[in-house]
Ligand binder design. Structure first.
Ligand code: FAD
Length: 366
């Protein structure tokens, strides 16, 4: 049922589009304001692993969002493929990890959260990923982990939200909030004011900067990640493999991603020769077969970094009408579905899917 409530979503990345999708599905009138073109920033640049890296290293508040989303990704991607004709290619090919010092911690975490996580010896590691040059004595294996292709997810989401009646305004940078009697009633853009009943900021790495006039803006900052893309014959690499914060991701069609860097360089989104060489040396050492693979692309994206990676999914404590859903850091895809649903629950004053306290505007993080 359509409601009279008009909600502005600021930012057309994965978080903004997923949030708009939830709100529109509940009957709200939704407009997404996007500074550039939707889905071209961090959400486009990411690897699309539908799991936190080394998931036991995260707080339970991240695991809760990840678990909720992971249970729903297969169905959501199938729906998007069916309804939009754009398949995000959600694929379960499992995640192998090298973290020999953390085996006990990982197993305890998996038992506590009822996740499938197994130890594998070097022979099994090699069977699972024959291209890995140096299988560890004991590896960790999560066979149920999936991945998706970010540009396809974004294109499908864009088509999906428009089919649900969401208005999308590209090339519309928001420069500030419009306040009336202490209540947020819209935003300011170079094209004029846009009025609304509620505003939810989903501006990724730019969310802290956009809200920097508030006494307590969310502590969201850009963290650059550089990524390499190769072309290989399909099947050259079989699994997602993680080691020392670097990972390889094989796509169905033989494209292979290797990344990514973690750089605190402000809003500088350029790629560097030095990081290209570093990533190339690592991928060649760990997967010698990749020496034959042509490098087809090198890019960088700005993750929305936050303390301990805990996102801000909250109503402003003192400004009615103002909400935030940002700071998903390295996990915006895997925790995106739950973040969007929780944000919509708060905006629409529905019972929340999860306890929202850890993601509060002023909640302690880490
Ligand atoms: C190299 C790399 C690898 C990654 N790998 C993974 C992974 O494997 N799995 C995973 O789960 N996550 C991964 N991530 C993290 C994930 O991509 C991010 O957490 C997620 O994309 C954040 O989504 P977002 O919508 O908040 O931000 P963005 O996609 O950056 O979108 C924010 C949008 O807001 C717009 N905007 C900003 N300011 C304004 C304004 N003033 N007015 C209007 N619009 C504005 C921007 O133009 C942008 O389109 C990775 C990230 C990178 C960079």
């Amino acid at each position: 049922m359509k409601s009279d409530r008009h909600i502005l979503v600021i930012g057309g990345g994965a978080i903004g589009l997923l949030t708009a999708r939830e709100l529109a599905s509940a009957g709200a009138q939704v407009t997404v304001l996007e500074r550039g073109q939707p889905g071209r920033e961090s959400s486009w640049a990411g690897g699309g692993i539908v799991s936190p890296l080394f998931p036991w290293r995260y707080l339970d508040s991240i695991t809760a969002l990840a678990s909720w989303s992971q249970a729903r990704y297969p169905e959501v991607c199938a729906q998007l493929a069916r309804d939009t004709g754009i398949d995000p290619e959600f694929t379960v090919n499992g995640m192998l990890m090298v973290a020999e010092d953390e085996v006990d911690t990982a197993l305890n975490w998996a038992a506590r959260h009822q996740r499938r996580l197994e130890t594998v010896d070097a022979t099994t590691f090699r069977e699972l990923e024959p291209a890995a040059a140096h299988p560890p004595g004991t590896g960790l294996w999560m066979p149920e982990i999936g991945q998706l292709r970010n540009p396809r997810l974004l294109a499908a989401l864009l088509a999906d939200v428009q089919a649900r009646g969401v208005t999308l305004r590209s090339e519309t940078p928001v420069s500030g909030l419009r306040m009336r009697n202490g209540v947020c009633r819209g935003v300011t853009t170079p094209q004029g004011h846009v009025e609304a009943d509620q505003v939810i900021v989903c501006a990724g790495a730019w969310s802290g900067e956009l809200l920097s006039d508030l006494p307590t803006p969310p502590a969201v900052r850009p963290v650059r990640g550089q990524m390499l893309l190769f072309q290989t014959p399909p099947g050259t690499i079989s699994r997602i493999v993680l080691e020392d914060q670097r990972y390889i991701i094989p796509r169905r069609d033989g494209h292979v991603l290797f990344g990514s860097s973690m750089e605190e360089v402000g809003f500088d989104k350029s790629t560097t020769e030095a990081m290209r060489e570093e990533l190339l040396a690592l991928v060649h050492a760990r997967f010698p077969v990749m020496r034959e693979a042509p490098l087809v692309k090198h890019w960088a994206g700005l993750r929305p970094g936050s303390p301990a990676g805990v996102p801000y999914i909250a109503a402003h404590p003192e400004i009615p009408g103002l909400y935030v859903n940002a700071g998903q850091f390295r996990n915006g895809i895997v925790i995106g579905l739950a973040s969007a649903r929780l944000a919509a629950d708060l905006v629409l004053e529905r019972p929340p899917i999860l306890n929202p306290t850890p993601y509060g505007w002023n909640a302690p993080r880490g």
